[in-house]
Ligand binder design. Sequence first.
Ligand code: DC
Length: 648
Amino acid sequence: MDKIEITGAARLSGELAPPPDKSISHRAVMLSSLAKGRGVVRNFLRAQDTESTMAAFRTLGIEIEDNGDVLLIHGKGLHGLREANDVIDCGNSGTTMRLLTGILSANPFFSVLTGDSSLRSRPMKRVITPLSMMGALISGRDGNRLAPLAISGRKLNPISYDMPIASAQVKSSVLLASLYTEGITMVKEPVRSRDHTERMLPAFGADLRTDGLTVSVQGGRELYSQEIDVPGDFSSAAFFMVAAIIIPGSEVLLKNVGINPTRTGLISVLQSMGADIRIMNTRSVSGEPVADIVCRGTSGLKAATVAGDMVPSLIDEFPILCIAAARAEGTTMIRGAEELRVKESDRIKAMAKEMIRMGAAVEEHPDGIDITGTDTLSGADVYSHGDHRIAMGHGRGRAFGSRNNDDPRRWRCRHIIPRFLFTHPRIDGMNAVIAIDGPSGAGKSTIARLLARELGYQYLDTGALYRAVALGLLQHGLNEESTDAEIIAALDRTTVSFREGKVFLDRKDVSEDIRSPEASHYASVFSARRAVREFLLDTQREALHHANLVAEGRDMTTVVFPYASWKFYLDASAQERARRRALELRAKGYDIDEEKIRLDILERDARDSGRDIAPLKRADDAMFIDSTGLSVEDVFRHILDVIREGRQ
Ligand code: DC
C-alpha cells in the first residue's frame, strides 16, 4: 500500500465515488432472500463479508444470479429457506452471523454457524440472550457465548426487549426473528444505532414502526421483493474525508455517499473541529439519504469531546477519528465507546498502542481514549490487529510522512480492505500497483508488459534495475568477493534510472547490455547484497508517485509493494522456463545450450530464494499461477479477469 505514503508536500485532489455500503448490501441480500419474487440489487458491494452472506443464503437454498452489475435474487418467501447440508461459514462477518442467527432461530430446521478465528472470538451472547427470550434454542462454545453456534429452529414468540447496549446487529437480529412471530415485538435501544434494517424492512412490506428509540414489528407478514440501489459507503468515504481535511490545500469530492444520520456522526465531529466539509445534492435512494460531499484541507483543526449519543453514529470511524485528533490542537477525548473493545479487534487498545508507536500522545481509558494533537507523526511498524479499519486508519496516519518499510505479514487484513482505496486513480497521489513476483523465466515480464499496455499503467521491470546495477558494479571492478564497504562506495558513484521502458546506467542506455548471460549471473549475485537492495528500494517506490504501475520482480509483493492492489506469483517448471529463456536469447543472437540455461536457472532460483534479504517467496496473499503449458494469452487473460472483476 505504498501509494498512501504521501510525502509532506502532497495534496489530495480529485473526486471519487466510494464503494457500495456494506451494511445495506448484506441486508439487501437477506431481505430479498426472505421475500417472495425476484429481487434486484444494484451496486452490491463485492467484499469477503458480503460474499459470506450471499454464500450462506445459497447454502440455504436461495438462487442468486450474479451478472456482474446486478444481483438477481430468487426469494422464496419467509418460509422458503431449506436446511443447509453443511456448516454455514460466515467468514469474518459479524453481520452475517448475528443477523442469520435471528433468521435461522425461527426456521424449523437445524443450522450450525461458524466463522474465521476472529469471528469465533467475538461475543454472540448479546444476540443469543434476546433470541432465547423469544424461545430460540441456540448453543455455542464457552457457555453459549461464542461461535460455532448450533441452532435448532422453532416457532418464536414476540417479546418486548430493552437492549442493554445499542447495537444495530442485535436489534436487526431480533427484528428479523420477529418477522416469524405472531404478535408485536418491541425493541428499545439506549441510544439509536444504525437503522438500515428499519429503513429497508417496510419497503419490503413489513409492518414496522419506529417511535423514538423503540422499534416495533408486527410479525407474520410476508415480504415482497424490491429493487435496491445500494448507496456509497460512508465509512469508506470517511478515510478520504479525513485524509483531505488534514492535508492543507486538498480538495476532494466524494460522490454518491450514504449519509444516513445513524452513520454520519464523524461529519458533525469533524465540523465541530473546524473541518471544511460541505454536503451537497442530498437525495433519497432506496429509502436511504445520499449526497455528494466536498472536503477541503485546512490547518488549525481543534480538539473535540465525543461522548454519549454521538458514539454509536461514529463507531466504525473511531480509528480515522483518532488520526484526525492526532493532528488537531488540544486533547480530543472520546468516551462511552466500550463497544469498541469487542469489534474485529479491541479497537481502543489497538489504536492506542499503534498511535503511540507513531509518536502520538495517547491515554487509554476503559471506555475511550485521549489524544493530544501533534504536528508530526513518525513512521513505525504498525499492526493492523487483523482489523481493516485499523489498517486504513494507520494508512492515513502514514500519509503524514512515514516512509518505513512495514512488515507485510502484519497487514493480514488486506483482503478485507475495500479495494478501491488502493486503486482509485482519480485521487492524485494515490496510484495503484499490480505486483508480480516469481522466478526467472516464469513469464513475468511478458505478462507485466501486456497488462501495462492494456490498462495504461507503467511497466516497472525491477530485474532490469538489478541488472543495470550489476553492470555498474562490474565496471567498478567488483565481484562476488567484494566487501559491503566497496559495494557502498561504488554505488555512491552509480546512478540507475528507468525511463520510457529503457534502463540507464550513469545516463547511458544499457537496455540491451543488461540482457547478457553475464549480467544475469551478476544481477543475481549482487541482488543478494543488502546495500544493493537498499540502493534500489526508493527508486522502485518512487516510480509509484508518477504513475499506476505493473511492477515485476522477486520482492514486489513481499517488500517493495506489500500493499499492492493485486499480487500475483507466477511460476513454471524449470524445463519450461529454460526453453523460454533459450528462445529469447537465441532471438537476440546468443549461442545457447538449453541444458546449461536450465542449470543456470536452477542455480539462480536457489540463490534468489535462499538469500537472507528479501528472498524470492510466495506471499500468502498473492495469487499463484503455474504457467507451465499455458500460453501467454491464457495467463494474461486470466490475470486481467481477476483484476477487472476485483477478485483475488
Ligand atoms: O527478473 P530478472 O531475471 O531480470 O532479474 C535479474 C536478477 O535480479 C534475478 O536473478 C534476481 C534479481 N532481482 C531481485 O533480486 N529482485 C527483484 N525485484 C528483481 C530482480
